[in-house]
Design a protein around this ligand. Structure first.
Ligand SMILES: *[C@@H]1O[C@H](CO)[C@@H](O)[C@H](O)[C@H]1NC(C)=O
Ligand SMILES: *[C@@H]1O[C@H](CO)[C@@H](O)[C@H](O)[C@H]1NC(C)=O
Ligand SMILES: *[C@@H]1O[C@H](CO)[C@@H](O)[C@H](O)[C@H]1NC(C)=O
Ligand SMILES: *[C@@H]1O[C@H](CO)[C@@H](O)[C@H](O)[C@H]1NC(C)=O
Ligand SMILES: *[C@@H]1O[C@H](CO)[C@@H](O)[C@H](O)[C@H]1NC(C)=O
Ligand SMILES: *[C@@H]1O[C@H](CO)[C@@H](O)[C@H](O)[C@H]1NC(C)=O
Ligand SMILES: *[C@@H]1O[C@H](CO)[C@@H](O)[C@H](O)[C@H]1NC(C)=O
Ligand SMILES: *[C@@H]1O[C@H](CO)[C@@H](O)[C@H](O)[C@H]1NC(C)=O
Length: 364
């Protein structure tokens, strides 16, 4: 393997050839098809070379040795378009460097590109070839990696080194410093009021937070952008005030709707009682902004109880004024409502038993 330095952005033809700093080139002694050549490069270095300009071509032609077969480079036909495999960008017209009468797709399917290093004619020029043919891999290794610019900028290869183009909000040689605090946004269900003595969301900016009615602030009320361009605390959130958790009453059911959080501001619950039970209390409760239910939890009460009494009259005796059961008792058994006596049992049960009896024949 060979290790040379190369500079991509040359200043008026000045070439720096110092060793082992900046963009480095490597080639394989073995020959391999295009896919293996790419793999060889990406596994060991960065990728197959992507030619940036004429100086780079001249440089490669100078320092890379002549071989029986030439070298694969990182250019390939993808969906009919010559494309740099590393960046997936198409080859632009001005950057083309084809040998004369190339690309000719002579063998059909000549979709990969080789570079004629030290060939007698067309030195440093490109030729399209079948990807399955075995050639040497010509790789480069970049200085830039994911952490070169602290993850806060775009890394560009430069003379013997790299430079960083920092994303907005960062500065420094490797974008290690923040130039502003992050932009804050009004929290859901709340309000924010910021003052900026210098620039927006920058040093000494401060923001106050309030929550709308029915919501409670979780976190500090005021944030300040510090000299490190970090907020002095995490941004608060507005959480719906919480009411007690409700449960369905005995002999009844509950159906709740929670627009924010479970059993919190504006949650509402509807109550129903099982068959045979009567609701005592309101049908709907709402969780108010103060975190209290709008009313007391309703109850489900059993209906009037009855007792099958076979006393001196030999008849059912139940106390109840005008209702269906007392009417049935009168119709079927001839018991007057005022003779009925309330003791125990369920109205529905008695009603169904009484219904089984035939009406008194002398009725009417
Ligand atoms: C390059 O990678 C190949 C496997 O793809 C491996 O066999 C070879 O040893 C590697 N060479 C270097 C210099 O790491
Ligand atoms: C570098 O970043 C690219 C794109 O963000 C990602 O796909 C790749 O996995 C990263 N590599 C490492 C070694 O973290
Ligand atoms: C990334 O590049 C920097 C400087 O160029 C180097 O110090 C660091 O070790 C590299 N990190 C990786 C994971 O290659
Ligand atoms: C390469 O560039 C980075 C970022 O500009 C800088 O921090 C580093 O010192 C440079 N390395 C060399 C060897 O010049
Ligand atoms: C925002 O805060 C400033 C200073 O604390 C105050 O003067 C101003 O009235 C506030 N504005 C609103 C809309 O609350
Ligand atoms: C920034 O705010 C702090 C605290 O409010 C104050 O003491 C300091 O003087 C301010 N700095 C500038 C440059 O205004
Ligand atoms: C809210 O209630 C639903 C249904 O009872 C339950 O599945 C969910 O876990 C509850 N969420 C929270 C945050 O308690
Ligand atoms: C809460 O409910 C009331 C009454 O239904 C409604 O006027 C109000 O807009 C609701 N509040 C929120 C924040 O949705």
């Amino acid at each position: 393997f060979v290790c040379y330095s190369y500079t991509v952005f040359l200043l008026s033809g000045l070439a720096l050839l110092g060793c082992c700093e900046g963009w480095k080139y490597f080639y394989s002694e073995d020959t391999m098809d295009y896919d293996h050549a790419r793999k060889w490069c990406t596994e060991n270095y960065t990728d197959l070379v992507a030619i940036q300009n004429q100086e780079e071509i001249e440089y490669l032609n100078k320092v890379i040795p002549r071989m029986k077969v030439y070298y694969w480079i990182g250019l390939r036909k993808i969906d009919g378009i010559w494309t740099w495999v590393g960046t997936k960008k198409p080859l632009v017209k001005e950057a083309e460097n084809w040998a004369s009468r190339e690309p000719n797709n002579q063998k059909l399917g000549e979709d990969c590109v080789e570079i004629y290093i030290k060939r007698n004619t067309d030195q440093g020029k490109w030729n399209d070839e079948l990807c399955t043919i075995k050639k040497h891999a010509l790789c480069y290794q970049a200085d830039c990696n994911n952490s070169s610019c602290s993850g806060n900028g775009v890394c560009e290869e430069k003379i013997n080194n790299y430079t960083c183009r920092c994303h907005e909000g960062f500065f420094g040689p490797i974008c290690q410093y923040k130039s502003a605090c992050s932009i804050l946004h009004t929290p859901a269900n709340g309000r924010m009021n910021c003052t900026h003595p210098f620039r927006n969301f920058n040093y000494n900016s401060s923001c106050e937070f309030d929550c709308n009615k029915g919501f409670i602030r979780k976190g500090v009320g005021t944030l300040r952008c510090t000299e490190f361009r970090e907020w002095s605390a995490l941004q608060p959130v507005c959480q719906a005030s919480e009411c007690n958790i409700l449960h369905a009453p005995a002999y009844g059911s509950m159906n709740c709707f929670h627009p924010f959080k479970n059993f919190s501001y504006n949650s509402s619950c509807d109550f129903d009682c099982n068959k045979g039970f009567i609701r005592k209390g309101v049908g709907t409760l709402r969780c108010t902004e103060s975190g209290k239910w709008s009313d007391l939890l309703p109850k489900c009460q059993g209906r009037t109880n009855f007792y099958f009494f076979t006393g001196k009259t030999d008849h059912v005796k139940v106390i109840l004024v005008t209702d269906y059961v007392s009417w049935l008792a009168w119709e079927r058994l001839g018991i007057l409502p005022e003779e009925l006596e309330e003791v125990a049992g369920e109205r529905e049960v008695w009603a169904s038993l009484l219904k089984l009896l035939p009406p008194r024949p002398d009725l009417g």
